[in-house]
Design a protein around this ligand. Structure first.
Ligand code: TRP
Length: 329
């Protein structure tokens, strides 16, 4: 059985993009693969979050992961900083990672552009830490979107380089895991691009009915079709894309027809869309609230995740230490 691994940084809340693009599929594959799902709190430090909010952010994402259906009985669900083996591997992989290849990473260059006053070394070695997450469990499959493909490629480079350097096949080269039906791109409500944490164009699993309705009713539209069967502009297509994810086929058909005969009223479409989003997310929100407030449960989940992750990473690290030449006195 192959090992699958995925991590998420501990900032903000999970949105519909996270849910339909990734989480919903993670829930499905828990019986098919040996799964590791973790919260990348060390990665979050590259952008200096405030210590006062740090724990609450981790707890938020953890509760949301669990509420969405990740099952701690089936998968190892853990906090990255709870597993010191990952940091140890990170030190060792830093010795075989070249500054040049890290500087050429698109995400790094973007961060430098966005934030020229905070170009810390952790930002540069972000892909090394991510490779450590993956290689610590010798994971074969890592589901990532376009924006993380270059990081996954670097994990393969480091795996190969380490194996060659020490003459041992310790690390498999991790490959992307593309889910059935291909990648789902969830558009944002602002009419352009995909739903994202930083763009403020998202609906969160955590949002209540009022918030969701307000956000959807404010979604960007145009002035409406003027000719029957005209092609849809992107902003309208985006609303239909969301609708296809949450609504019945008959609802989608109904509004498609209304578009085609120019009788569509965006207010009606949005009201329906908001209601159908709520049908998906409100049951999850209810679970988020319950789990977030159940400290005893959360601490049990975290402890069992930590144990499983440390056992797996510990086995890898003893092979790695030996390959590198460390010996006990
Ligand atoms: N860099 C990933 C992101 O921003 C999060 C992440 C950290 C990750 N470590 C990982 C994803 C390991 C997959 C595997 O989305």
């Amino acid at each position: 059985m192959d090992t699958v691994l995925s991590g998420i940084r501990s900032t903000g809340h999970l949105h519909l993009g996270n849910y339909f693009g990734a989480l919903r599929n993670f829930v499905r594959i828990q019986d098919e693969y040996k799964c590791f799902f973790f919260i990348a709190d060390l990665h979050s430090l590259t952008t200096h979050p405030h210590p006062d909010d740090f724990h609450a952010s981790v707890k938020t994402i953890l509760a949301e992961y669990l509420a969405a259906g990740l099952d701690p009985e089936k998968s190892a669900i853990y906090i990255q900083s709870d597993v010191p083996e990952i940091s140890e591997l990170y030190v060792l992989l830093n010795m075989i990672a070249y500054v040049g290849e890290l500087e050429r990473t698109v995400t790094f260059k973007e961060k430098v552009r966005q934030n020229p006053n905070n170009v810390n070394a952790g930002l540069l070695t972000y892909p090394v830490l991510m490779a450590s997450d993956i290689l610590a469990h010798r994971a074969q499959r890592v589901p990532v979107g376009k924006d993380q493909e270059q990081h996954l490629e670097l994990a393969r480079v480091f795996a190969r380089r380490f194996n060659n350097m020490y003459g041992e096949e310790i690390f498999p080269e991790p490959r992307n895991l593309v889910f059935q039906g291909g990648a789902v791109k969830v558009p944002g409500l602002d009419g352009s691009g995909k739903m994202g944490k930083s763009n403020g164009n998202g609906v969160y699993l955590y949002d209540d009915e009022k918030t969701i309705t307000k956000k959807v009713m404010k979604a960007v539209t145009d002035s409406g079709p003027t000719e029957p069967n005209s092609p849809m502009p992107e902003v309208i297509q985006n609303l239909f894309t969301l609708m296809k994810l949450v609504s019945d086929q008959s609802t989608v058909d109904y509004f498609t027809e209304k578009w085609n005969d120019c009788s569509i009223r965006y207010g009606d479409l949005k009201k329906q869309l908001a209601a159908d989003i709520c049908k998906v997310t409100l049951p999850i929100k209810e679970k988020i609230d319950a789990i977030y407030n159940d400290d005893a449960y959360l601490s049990k989940v975290v402890a069992s995740g930590r144990e499983r992750a440390r056992e797996s990473a510990g086995a890898t690290l003893s092979l790695v230490r030996k390959a590198v030449g460390f010996k006990s006195f």
